[in-house]
Design a protein around this ligand. Structure first.
Ligand code: RUQ
Ligand code: CUA
Length: 765
């Protein structure tokens, strides 16, 4: 038997003995014993059973959470709360090579502001693309509050594809929110400033020269990108626009944006003035902005906008004259604006109020139609009387912030920041149904597909701002605490605390896992950031290195467990560009790439082509290697970058040091090869005896294995030619290479076989 076949048997026997011993120990401890030993209550066990996802099983929902100051997106599953991925968005992310390879640098470059690279971001509000008001699982949008930007992520591969910079704001908060068919992605300003770029006006001129606004980014679904040219903004007064939501159903075509500091207060502690916090919360009400975005888009198309910083902005006076912009007073220091799933009501919370205000879209429209306004603001915008717009107000508790919806009609959940509670209530009757304490000081909360026209109920996540005593202490900076809550019964039940150690996640969205259909491999040669084939990819056998002047271009490939080429020779000062293609098709066969001390890194998932560029500006010998543990010979997946001093000439030809092999070694290797072939034949026999072609993942593995086997004849010819010359070193090494190809093919074959067995492949004759 070959060593290849023996090893697994030995392992199995060892594992069998181990298991036998362990199972005796396990059976000695009953569930009751464990409860006692760990001090768990029945309630704890119930919660555990509701969140536990056994190995091999998957979560029901997938969450996309903002990663706060990390500038990333965090992906995790519900109910297990297991983290699945961090996605680099506004900041470089080394594992994914994001910001270290040329393709992703292009994406980050789209987020440059005033010619400067922004290497951090503060992600706030993710939004999943919608079709007819339902999450469709195709795209994710998220904003950067600190440096006003919006990013587009494609859920085909969970990668960031585009970053757009807001052309007129200096800060923002209320983005991203999408319209019911993702025609537009909203981004509202936060702190007013002059809209013209790099233009100074003193604070005293705030009322005249500072502005807020609401940007409508046009989304081109076919391209999967925001169309910057067709995007526009509506100019708004220098109130501090906050959060937004899109109308749906009857309110489709409208957008709602709340605001605070409509006092337009200017602070200045250093000059003896009371701080912003006092001046900006003095009035009893601020304004909800009600905007007809559909009409606004038509007005912009009709040329009614002015251009600021190359961007179309619909002026306030035009918006007022055309009847597309209205204000509704909202109490007090408002926060959160959430349209009900049926699109009829708009729920606004007030940070300093104990109520939530439920506004009626129908009433708002009736007032507009009747021209019934209580007054105008200083900018001439009609103000609808609060009584003419309110459906009801409901007292919930201290510090209400955000509202999410249940699958059950009329049921809503509102976060209470000061009370550290979630309030469950009925927005049709105004009754409070239940309250649950969370830990601590909840900001946003999120139900499953809770922003869509058909929320899925089941679970709620409380995004708590403080964790305080919930976790093992890790120093003064605490992780955030996402708490999972079961909302499928009348009473809410707290199930799970999840620490999130990647910045302050502001908001999250959850989608049914079944709606996501990401790919597991790229078409070979794909530049994932553009979604197109890279002009620089090569297939196996086409690898090439060229040098023109001081520019070296390598078009290489990666496949278990080697790079082609394995040596790159350069002179100090050469500029090196590597276009690397991962030829693998098998799922999860990612290779990484780095050149030591040159600060480059790439992640090459199956089929991907990535470009790495750097200047070989220092003499020396620099190993490059694969950074993903991809195979048994992962550590051997390497090569050398040789950076020679200018004008260097070899002085003596040193033979490459080699072990000395004999004819007996060669024969032994040939025997090993023959034995391994027998294993491969039996695996192939099994695979072809079943309907493997019905399993695309297996087909990909078989293709990869065939690739590996296909290289054997060339190696075999080389081995035989060397043997004919009695060059046993070369003969043995090429025979070893044949065995390497076999081992990789066998590895793939065995994986395919296991897959087929587990998925009940059927016999074919
Ligand atoms: S908000 S601080 Cu989403 Cu309550 Cu940003
Ligand atoms: Cu490829 Cu490790």
């Amino acid at each position: 038997m070959s060593t290849f076949a023996v090893k697994p048997t030995v392992l199995l026997v060892a594992a069998g003995i181990g298991l036998g011993a362990a199972s005796t120990a396990w059976s000695a401890e009953s569930l009751q014993d464990v409860l006692k030993r760990r001090g768990l209550s029945q309630q704890d066990v119930l919660a555990a059973a509701k969140t536990y996802v056994p190995t091999g099983k998957r979560d029901e929902f997938v969450v996309f959470s903002s990663g706060g100051q990390s500038g990333q997106v965090i992906v995790y599953g519900i109910p297990s709360m297991r983290i699945l991925k961090y996605i680099g968005v506004f900041t470089p992310e080394p594992w994914q090579g994001y910001g270290f390879d040329e393709e992703s640098k292009m994406v980050l470059r789209g987020g440059r502001i005033d010619g400067r690279d922004m290497t951090w971001g503060d992600t706030h509000h993710p939004a999943i693309s919608e079709t007819n008001g339902q999450y469709d699982g195709q795209f994710l949008f998220i904003n950067d509050k600190a440096n006003p930007r919006i990013a587009v992520l494609d859920l085909q591969d969970f990668e960031t594809k585009q970053i757009v910079v807001n052309p007129i704001y200096k800060s923002e908060h209320g983005g991203a929110f999408v319209t019911t068919n993702t025609e537009y992605v909203f981004e509202a300003a936060q702190y007013p400033a002059p809209l013209e770029n790099q233009k100074f006006y003193p604070l005293e001129e705030m009322n005249d020269k500072y502005r807020g606004g609401m940007t409508y980014w046009k989304f081109d679904r076919k391209e999967g990108r925001i169309n910057v040219k067709e995007s526009f903004s509506v100019e708004l007064p220098p109130y501090w626009q906050d959060l937004s939501d899109a109308g749906k159903g009857p309110s489709e075509g409208w957008s709602f944006t709340n605001s605070f500091c409509s006092e337009r207060y200017v602070g200045g502690i250093e000059k003896g003035r009371p701080p912003y916090e006092a001046g900006c919360s003095a009035k009893d009400t601020d304004y909800l902005h009600v905007i007809n975005w559909k009409k606004a888009a038509e007005l912009v198309a009709a040329g009614k906008a002015k251009t600021i910083n190359n961007h179309k902005v619909l002026p306030i006076d035009v918006a007022v004259k055309e009847g597309i912009l209205f204000l509704v007073p909202e109490p007090k220091s408002p926060h959160g604006v959430d349209v009900t799933p049926d699109g009829k009501l708009i729920i606004v919370a007030g940070k300093l109020d104990t109520h939530v205000s439920v506004f009626s879209f129908e009433k708002i429209m009736a007032a507009i139609k009747a021209g019934k306004f209580e007054s105008k603001d200083p900018y001439g915008i009609p103000i609808i009387g609060i009584k003419d717009a309110l459906d009801k107000q409901v007292q919930l508790g201290l510090g209400p912030l955000h509202t999410q919806y249940d699958s059950k009609p009329c049921v809503a959940y509102t976060s209470l920041y000061v009370d550290s509670q979630v309030a469950k209530w009925d927005y049709c009757t105004g009754k409070v149904l239940d309250k649950l304490s969370v830990h601590y000081n909840i900001g946003h909360l999120m139900t499953m597909e809770g922003d869509s026209v058909s929320p899925k109920g089941r679970y709620l996540v409380a995004l708590n701002k403080l964790a305080i005593d919930r976790f093992v202490p890790v120093g003064p900076l605490h992780p955030q605490n996402h708490q999972l809550i079961d909302i499928s019964n009348d009473k809410m039940q707290l199930l799970y605390d999840m620490p999130l150690p990647l910045g302050e996640p502001h908001y999250a969205v959850a989608i049914e896992a079944a709606k996501l259909k990401p790919g597991v491999r790229y078409k070979v040669g794909t530049d994932s950031r553009t979604g197109k084939l890279s002009p620089d990819y090569v297939r196996a056998g086409e690898e090439v290195t060229t040098k023109t002047g001081n520019k070296i271009v390598v078009k290489g490939t990666l496949i278990r467990s080697h790079f082609t080429p394995e040596t790159i020779e350069a002179e100090v000062g050469d500029e090196i560009t590597l276009h690397l293609t991962n030829l693998e098709r098998a799922q999860d066969e990612t290779h990484g790439f780095t050149v030591s001390t040159y600060n480059v890194h790439a992640s090459l998932e199956p089929g991907k082509t990535v470009t790495v560029k750097f200047k070989a500006d220092k003499e020396g010998v620099y190993p490059y290697y694969c950074t993903e543990f991809c195979s048994a010979l992962h550590l051997e997946m390497m090569g050398y970058l040789l950076v020679k001093p200018k004008g260097w000439k070899p002085t003596k030809t040193a033979a490459v040091a080699q072990a000395v092999y004999t004819e007996a070694d060669y024969k032994a290797t040939l025997k090993k090869v023959a034995d391994t072939q027998a294993v491969i034949d039996s695996v192939v026999g099994f695979i072809t005896s079943v309907n493997y072609k019905d399993f695309p993942d297996v087909v990909a593995m078989v293709e990869d294995a065939t690739d590996q086997l296909g290289k054997i004849p060339e190696a075999k010819a080389k081995a035989e030619a060397a043997a004919a010359k009695k060059d046993w070193d070369q003969a043995n090494l090429w025979a070893e290479q044949i065995w390497q190809y076999q081992v990789k093919a066998a590895d793939l074959g065995l994986r395919a076989k296991t897959y087929l067995e587990q998925n009940n492949a059927k016999k074919v004759q």
